[in-house]
Ligand binder design. Structure first.
Ligand SMILES: C[S@@+](CC[C@H](N)C(=O)[O-])C[C@H]1O[C@@H](n2cnc3c(N)ncnc32)[C@H](O)[C@@H]1O
Length: 247
């Protein structure tokens, strides 16, 4: 495609006046000479970009199939980063995990695009929420979510595990991990998960830390920067707000 595509959604957090904000975005586009390659979503505004992920046909098909809500669609660039990391992890020996799968949408997109036939995929979550938990609830938490996610992954090599990470690793965790998506919005649990998987990560393992660059999750940013720093490693803070580490 010679003309770069555009992507614009109304998925922005921290906005008091969505209509006014949207008009402001119109104003940005009209003030710019470059009209192509605008990306406006997920607290990210970029222009003059190729946005190649929108032309990635297998990704696009999986994303169109599974990303239905405003937030699932709004994080399209983040979803593609996860798919990219998973594709890279296929070059390594080891299995795939996601700590904090929620509805399984990102994992489902990934598993549609990346051939995981000879890998194990472990998806961990609580699936429900109560007021004693340090992280925030998600709209579709509830008693039916666990079964919903299990039904979304009929593949025998996918294991959907309910319970607190890292204690729930007792129900199953791979010996060798090539890919880890850590997305629990919960700094203590994310650090505990990293401690628990550290010795299982294969050299070059792909680790994606969701929300690492987002101010509401600054506790994760601080704790994870320190955790990796103590191990002589650096987290790449991506414009999508994810953190990326190649172990
Ligand atoms: C933002 S959602 C995950 C979204 C999902 N990764 C995706 O991209 O579709 C965060 C999830 O982390 C889960 N979570 C938070 N703390 C947890 C813990 N200690 N153990 C297991 N799951 C946890 C929550 O239940 C919630 O569903």
């Amino acid at each position: 495609m010679l003309q770069p595509p555009l992507y614009r959604s109304r998925f922005f957090w921290g906005v008091n006046d969505p209509d006014g904000f949207d008009k402001g975005l119109d104003g940005l586009v009209s003030a710019a000479r470059v009209k192509q390659g605008w990306f406006m979503s997920d607290n990210m505004i970029a222009f003059g970009r190729n946005l190649g992920f929108l032309d990635d046909a297998p990704f696009r098909k999986a994303w169109e199939t599974h990303a239905k809500t405003q937030s699932e669609r709004g994080i399209v660039w983040r979803s593609h980063v996860v798919v990219w990391a998973a594709r890279r992890a296929l070059r390594l020996e080891g299995d795939f995990i996601e700590c904090g799968c929620y509805k399984g949408t990102t994992a489902r997109i990934m598993a549609d695009v990346v051939d995981l036939t000879d890998r194990q995929l472990y998806l961990y979550d609580l699936f429900e929420h109560d007021a004693s938990m340090v992280h925030h609830a998600m709209p579709e938490h509830g008693p039916d979510l666990f079964e919903f996610v299990k039904a979304r992954f009929p593949e025998p090599n996918t294991h959907v595990i309910r319970g607190f990470v890292p204690e729930s690793f007792e129900q199953g965790v791979p010996d060798r991990i090539a890919f880890a998506h850590i997305d629990m919005n919960n700094a203590p649990a994310e650090i505990a998960a990293l401690n628990a998987i550290e010795d299982r990560l294969v050299p070059g393992a792909m680790i994606v830390l969701d929300d690492f660059g987002a101010i509401p999750y600054r506790r994760q940013h601080v704790a994870e920067t320190a955790w990796f720093g103590e191990r002589g490693r650096f987290v790449l803070e991506l414009p999508t707000s994810q953190g990326l580490v190649i172990w």
